[in-house]
Design a protein. Structure first.
Length: 344
């Protein structure tokens, strides 16, 4: 189990969810926040900020977390740079660093000198009773929370492509190259086969919270195992779904010019299938003490930009369930994205 399977943005998002779970008095959790630095006289990015209600009801405690996903432990120079950055923001009252690769001993001493809390996100293998006694469960997270994903899938599907400007029918194959509006290779989808997989995933994400998918999921149990190594699945039902694809700006050479694909209709059957993909178990520990900040159980989605996360606090039995789907604009950088704070 590798701690580097999640993308940097999903790691940042996961830490934000853990901060939300850790602070029951949080009134605002922002990923990719901008905080004013008077020494530089400009706003600077902070990976995660948390605003909480202090005793007496005043809202002024402002916590900042910097999240680092490096291959080697953070050294003294890395930590010193982050310490100075956070200290130069007087509006921040609590400062912390979260590392996915640990810290050197010198880095830990430097952080302690500046009053910066250190945390590490790492594989969660310790028995629950050692760090999460409120759950009243014995055994490792993997033993107590075995997990498999249930996915809504298209089966035996066919795609009908509509390019309104095309003057005649045109053939399209999985290896057909896709173009942009300037007839250059499309920057995101090289072939129609690649684009088809994205459209099928997009369709199931839209249909999942709608009828009849909701009722089918509630009504028909999905087996955990089937004979002869088949895929455990529920009943399939016929369906048709039309997607507007204008915003994708996908074009195709029809043999009579380059034309935009405006619409794709998927026809076939929908079915829930159980996937035994290996879930990831993470814990965020304080360094050097080892006290748990939060735990998380992650199921990676079909694409690298989505996941399902179960988040645990060492102080309560409540489990937060979050379905994360990053927008295209968040794949490389998340700016001022606010997490929904649970209502009381």
């Amino acid at each position: 189990m590798s701690k580097h399977l999640l993308t940097p943005m999903l790691v940042q998002y996961l830490v934000g969810l853990c901060c939300l779970k850790w602070d029951p008095d949080a009134v605002d959790v922002t990923i990719g926040d901008m905080v004013y630095d008077p020494a530089a006289d400009k706003e600077r990015d902070v990976d995660i900020t948390v605003t909480v209600v202090e005793p007496g009801g005043s809202v002024h405690a402002f916590k900042a977390y910097e999240v680092k996903r490096e291959r080697k432990p953070l050294d003294v120079a890395d930590v010193e740079q982050l310490c100075i950055k956070l200290i130069d923001m007087p509006s921040v009252t609590h400062r912390a660093i979260v590392s996915a690769s640990g810290y050197t001993a010198a880095a830990q001493r430097k952080a302690a000198r500046h009053g910066i809390n250190l945390y590490e996100i790492r594989p969660w293998t310790r028995p629950l009773q050692e760090q999460f006694p409120a759950l009243t469960m014995n055994g490792t997270p993997e033993e107590c929370f075995p997990m498999s994903s249930t996915l809504l899938c298209w089966v035996h599907q066919q795609l009908a492509v509509v390019a309104p400007e095309a003057k005649a029918a045109f053939p399209i194959q999985p290896d057909t190259p896709l173009l942009d509006a300037s007839s250059n290779p499309h920057s995101k989808y090289a072939t129609f086969g690649q684009y088809e997989q994205q459209l099928l995933l997009r369709s199931t994400q839209i249909l999942l919270p709608l009828e009849p998918a909701v009722t089918v999921f509630r009504t028909f149990p999905i087996p955990h195992h089937v004979p002869n190594g088949g895929v455990p699945a529920g009943p399939a039902w016929p369906h048709t779904h039309t997607l507007d694809t204008v915003s994708d700006s996908v074009h195709i050479d029809t043999g009579h010019g380059v034309h935009r694909i405006d619409q794709v209709t998927i026809s076939g059957h929908l079915q829930y299938q159980r996937s035994d993909d290996n879930p990831l178990y993470y814990v965020i520990d304080q360094v050097p003490g080892g006290e748990a900040f939060a735990g998380a159980l992650i199921a990676q989605g079909k694409s690298e930009d989505n996941m399902t996360a179960l988040v645990f606090s060492p102080m309560t039995r409540d489990i937060g369930i979050h379905f994360v789907q990053l927008a295209d604009k968040h794949l490389n950088c998340i700016r001022r994205f606010k997490l929904e704070v649970p209502s009381l």
